[in-house]
Design a protein around this ligand. Structure first.
Ligand code: TEU
Length: 556
């Protein structure tokens, strides 16, 4: 962990550039589109932007397949555009966190091209190659996007590993030259003035010696040999020393399959400031995993979040998030995107902005954007969804798309990738052209302009709560305690710091509820609520309406 800790006080906003704001009419968001909206970000009150990849890329995985780490994808703009955006953000005291993809590159990256054409050359050992029978992959590892993690390359006459798409070959981190090349790249961006990195699938860099078969019944076949692998701490230690040390930056490792014990090794005295775990957003997986919908309940959600809150207290620092570009929309998933859209979106905002940790808001979450509809597989753009659905059909698990459509509309990453809804103009004011993915049908109701005109609105609630967090030390640094852990409806916790105590009490359900909120004193005063007529002083028992959230302050 670095000695600079501005990121503990920061609220971060994630921009998925492809879907944020298009200024040149090609239907794809761009960097000038971000620059144009810096005032909007400033008004929201956020302190940093995490920008999903904008590097040159063939875009098979929307930029997570990088073809050149030091140039900007032309559809997004130029390096001059980037510099202007960075300057504008900094003028507004907003920091910029880049997304660094270091586990794999695009197959169009020059390194891969040279690696496949010349096994004995400088780049020959840059990727994970295995020779052998072209009909028999080297092991049974699976790609996160479905199917084998290996593809046979006719040119090199060898197999290469790709834990994600076939166009995303895994780098060979055992090779010191690969590590040096990635560290150089990262230093290059930091020297340019960016303020940190979100590091893509960072705990997958180290693959087990000999690449042994994984448990064929595992959730992600092979994971025991590449998640938190044997040399991961060595690699991240080096990364820390070569890149992060002595800089005033933030580092966030994205870490699939991470548990709390392992997380403690990465943050605190470990090499990173923050990690993104996924346990809390995996609670609604079904019996057959991600492409199946399972039941979730509030006690389950509270218990996972509580475990992370307590598990890192006094040791490291949490990230708090419900959405990103890989997750469906939280109001559709955990809330009620119809009858209680405003109430449940703001109840979620309350949790996001008052738990202990650095909150990450994903674009559109602050206006309560919802899951979309995908009528056919042709309307789906996400490589993860398309490949997995095709595999389920090929394997005979499902007959056709229609059978899995409800799951896609619940879970697909495309749900969060539909264009940002700025207004009720054509294409939600996102583009003058044809958007690369269809705009959500509800854009005429849910959009920034209408949120700005309406009071109260999800957007105004976000603005208020971000400001409140900023001016309330207990909400940032305060210790955390959960109350009523077994209550199926109420989410109640306190944040306490040097005599100041904040009590957060939320009725996370669509039913009324009357309950005594034990930690609340008679002298408490209301700081925020998503119901305008919530009383300033709490009478006991408290009467909650559906999804009512209240934040009180009291002396302690
Ligand atoms: O995601 C990593 C990851 O494991 C998942 O969140 C993944 O998106 C999916 O749900 C499959 O299990 C990161 C990026 O955030 C994602 O957009 C990329 O597709 C992926 O890595 C590969 O770079």
């Amino acid at each position: 962990m670095s000695e600079h800790t501005w990121w503990k006080e920061a609220v971060v906003y994630q921009i998925y550039p492809r879907s944020f704001n298009d200024t040149d009419g090609d239907g794809l968001g761009d960097i000038p589109g971000i620059t144009e909206r810096v005032e909007y970000l400033d008004e929201l009150g956020i302190d940093a932007v995490w920008l999903s990849p904008v590097y040159e890329s063939p875009q098979y995985d929307n930029g997570y397949d990088v073809a050149d780490y030091r140039s900007i994808h032309s559809e997004f703009g130029t390096m001059d555009d980037f510099d202007r955006m960075l300057e504008r953000l900094h003028d507004h005291d907003i920091r910029l966190v880049m997304d660094m993809v270091s586990n794999h590159t695009s197959s169009e990256h020059e390194w891969f091209q040279r690696s496949r054409s010349n096994p004995d050359g400088e780049y020959g050992d840059y990727y994970v190659w295995r020779e052998g029978d072209p009909d028999e992959p080297p092991n049974n590892w699976e790609s996160a996007f479905g199917g084998s993690a290996w593809t046979y390359d006719e040119e090199r006459e060898a197999w290469y590993l790709h834990l994600f798409d076939v166009h995303q070959p895994d780098l060979n981190w055992r090779n010191p030259a690969v590590r040096e090349a990635m560290f150089d790249t990262m230093n290059w961006w930091l020297d340019k003035g960016v303020d940190g990195f979100r590091l893509d699938v960072l705990n997958l860099l180290s693959k087990a010696e000999g690449l042994p078969d994984g448990d064929p019944d595992g959730e992600w076949v092979g994971e025991e040999h590449f998640v938190d692998g044997p040399r991961i701490h060595e690699y991240l230690g080096e990364m820390h020393d070569e890149v992060f040390a002595g800089r005033d930056i933030v580092t966030v490792g994205e870490m699939p399959q991470l548990d709390i014990e392992t997380a403690r090794e990465y943050v605190g005295d470990g090499p990173l400031d923050l990690v993104f775990p996924f346990e809390h957003v995996d609670i609604d997986f079904g019996e057959n995993g991600r492409w199946d919908i399972g039941e979730w309940d509030l006690t389950g959600l509270k218990s996972v979040l509580d475990e992370w809150q307590r598990g890192l207290e006094g040791h490291g620092w949490n990230t708090i998030f419900f959405e990103n570009h890989d997750q469906p929309r939280s109001v559709s998933r955990f809330g009620d995107d119809e009858e209680y859209h405003y109430e449940s979106a703001t109840a979620l905002a309350t949790i996001l902005l008052t738990l202990r940790g650095t909150p990450f808001i994903y674009q559109g979450e602050e206006i309560g954007m919802t899951n979309s509809t995908f009528e056919s597989l042709e309307s789906v753009r996400d490589v993860d969804t398309v490949r997995n659905v095709e595999e389920l059909i090929d394997d005979g698990v499902i007959e056709d798309y229609e059978e899995i459509r409800p799951v896609v509309e619940y879970r697909s990453r495309d749900n969060s990738r539909t264009p940002m809804q700025w207004s009720d103009a054509e294409h939600a004011g996102f583009t003058d052209g044809e958007p690369w993915i269809a705009v959500n049908d509800d854009y005429d109701e849910i959009n920034v302009a209408s949120e700005e005109a309406r009071s109260p609105s999800v957007l105004s609630y976000y603005r208020n709560l971000i400001a409140l967090r900023e001016e309330t030390p207990a909400l940032v640094r305060g210790s955390y305690d959960l109350h009523l852990p077994d209550d199926e409806q109420l989410y109640v916790y306190t944040r306490t710091l040097e005599g100041q105590q904040v009590v957060v009490a939320i009725n996370f359900s669509d039913l009324d509820r009357r309950a005594a909120i034990e930690p609340l004193h008679a002298g408490a005063s209301l700081l925020a609520s998503n119901y305008e007529d919530a009383p300033d002083a709490p009478g006991q028992p408290v009467e909650f309406r559906p999804y009512e959230a209240r934040v009180y302050e009291q002396s302690q």
